[in-house]
Design a protein. Structure first.
Length: 216
């Protein structure tokens, strides 16, 4: 057995017991991803920062689903760190917090009350947002840069999807040129998601994911 394998094995065993959170409280370790720890708090924080989870639901099912999402995020972030990139600026971080979090939760007070429920402080919030922005930049570089949507695909989507949808909803008919950019972004997003899913499947197969505790 190699020394590196022994190291990994012992680190996993140590992680099984617990880690200390920022306020000195014991935080349960749920898994490691290539040696990087994922804790119970990580899961709760991400759920609290998800505007689609309204009201805040920390059920077993939601936490298990979020754990899998975090594992994918960690794998992707580890890949992102292999590519040199400029760290997110303070302005970018503040903009993300304002537009992607505060505005979607309705008010600053509502957002602060929500993150307080899960013990998420502002310093940790900035760390999470910094990682998210780094991931978005990596996805833009790794996937979006190479996606090309031919004009015929845009026209087909307009005729087969957009027009019938506008008719069914009884909304004002918009021309192809009015919708071209929107349709192109939609189709690009679908292709990026498809390639990203395939990339994550392959990366997961290579990753060392160790489950250390069950969410109950």
């Amino acid at each position: 057995m190699s020394i590196s394998h022994l190291k990994s094995r012992w680190l996993s065993l140590f992680a099984l017991f617990a880690v200390l959170s920022g306020d000195g409280l014991i935080d349960r370790v749920l898994a490691t991803v290539n040696g990087e720890v994922v804790t119970e708090s990580d899961v709760r924080w991400e759920l609290a920062l998800d505007p689609d989870v309204q009201p805040l639901d920390l059920s077993v099912e939601n936490r298990r689903t979020m754990l899998e999402r975090i594992i994918d995020q960690r794998i992707l972030f580890q890949e992102a760190t292999k590519v040199p990139q400029i760290p997110p600026t303070d302005a970018e971080i503040q903009s993300y917090i304002r537009t992607s979090l505060l505005e979607r939760f309705g008010s600053q007070d509502a957002f602060r009350a929500r993150i307080r429920k899960v013990g998420l402080d502002f310093a940790t919030l900035r760390e999470i947002v910094t990682k998210r922005l780094s991931l978005l930049k990596y996805i833009e570089f790794r996937f979006r840069s190479f996606v090309i949507i031919p004009p015929e695909e845009i026209e087909r989507y307009y005729n087969e999807v957009a027009v019938p949808r506008m008719k069914n909803r009884g909304t004002e008919m918009r021309s192809l040129e009015e919708m071209r950019t929107q349709i192109e972004n939609t189709l690009a997003g679908e292709k990026i998601n498809s390639e990203l899913d395939q990339f994550l499947d392959e990366a997961r197969a290579r990753a060392q994911i160790v489950r250390l505790a069950e969410i109950k």
